[in-house]
Write a protein that binds this ligand. Structure first.
Ligand code: SF4
Length: 218
């Protein structure tokens, strides 16, 4: 089943109708809070991150404060999000870089973002899209799974799936699509129990139509 322009358009319409309110689930007020929350969200649910960040941001409201954080104190605050030692190390390093190289501000340049400690491609794309409105399509675990089940990609890395998706969808749709696909993965197309019979996408989905078996289980 080929992804023609008409089929892509239909998919975009169905996703928009299914998840009209899809948006970033990480609570944040500015680019600094978003980059911190996104670093914390690795291997952790957004809900758990949102429970930790109010205390974190009250104590360390900006890059200058976070760069001087006491490691043990920071680790204690973020312990519930997992991998807290590594994340605390990255947060302090990231904040220090912001202070030293960017006057304490989060850069809106992809290359500069990618050089910050703890900031991989996914985090950089989340910040670009949600903090600065720059089109980017961050592929997280949900998008990786949903895209492969839909048959939009057969790639085996998030980076390659991102390339495939960006090739199919118009640039001005990437930010909304990112949120819609994540919500779809969370609410309908879950890892263990995809609800195909209740899914609005079933008629155009490779797995839903039986054209492929679940790539997530191969
Ligand atoms: S039809 Fe099934 S596999 Fe396809 S997107 Fe929907 S829930 Fe996922």
């Amino acid at each position: 089943m080929k992804w023609t322009n008409a089929r892509i358009k239909k998919l975009m319409e169905l996703l928009k109708n299914a998840h009209p309110n899809a948006k970033c689930a990480l609570e944040h007020l500015d680019p600094f809070q978003l980059i911190v929350a996104t670093i914390l969200s690795a291997q952790c649910t957004d809900e758990r991150v949102n429970r930790a960040t109010p205390t974190l941001f009250a104590k360390f409201p900006d890059a200058a404060a976070l760069s001087k954080a006491n490691t043990a104190e920071l680790e204690a605050i973020i312990r519930p999000v997992g991998f807290f030692r590594n994340k605390a190390h990255n947060l302090i390093g990231m904040a220090s870089e912001l202070v030293i190289c960017h006057d304490g501000n989060v850069p809106s340049d992809p290359a500069a973002l990618g050089l910050l400690p703890g900031v991989g491609r996914k985090t950089a794309n989340v910040v670009l899209a949600n903090a600065f409105g720059i089109p980017a399509l961050a592929v997280d675990t949900h998008i990786f799974r949903v895209a492969r089940r839909l048959g939009l990609s057969e790639a085996d890395t998030p980076e390659k799936v991102e390339t495939d998706l960006c090739g199919y969808f118009p640039k001005d749709s990437w930010i909304a699509l990112h949120h819609q696909l994540i919500w779809h993965g969370r609410l309908i197309c879950s890892a263990r129990n995809p609800m195909c019979s209740e899914c609005a996408l079933i008629k155009i989905c490779a797995m839903g139509t039986g054209a492929i078996t679940d790539p997530h289980k191969r």
